[in-house]
Write a protein that binds this ligand. Structure first.
Ligand code: SF4
Ligand code: SF4
Length: 65
């Protein structure tokens, strides 16, 4: 696991998906408590570059050491 996802903060804006260089992020069909679909990171594709962390306006991502 290279990134941690706080799903309750996600607003389904898609910015992180557009900026991930490895196409490692997708939206799940289930919604969070705010009614938004939330992101999932594919661990087999993620390289821990931090672009999702940098682009998300809602603080969903945490980069793990
Ligand atoms: S750390 Fe980089 S590769 Fe991993 S999900 Fe975020 S943007 Fe994609
Ligand atoms: S940028 Fe943040 S709020 Fe937008 S879809 Fe990605 S994780 Fe969710």
């Amino acid at each position: 696991m290279k990134v941690n996802v706080n799903e309750s903060r996600c607003k389904e804006c898609g910015l992180c998906i557009a900026h991930c260089p490895k196409e490692a992020i997708y939206l799940r069909s289930e919604v969070n408590s705010k009614g938004y679909r939330t992101v999932v990171v594919r661990e087999d594709k993620c390289i821990g570059c931090g672009m999702c962390y940098l682009t998300c306006p809602d603080g969903v991502y945490q980069i793990l050491a």
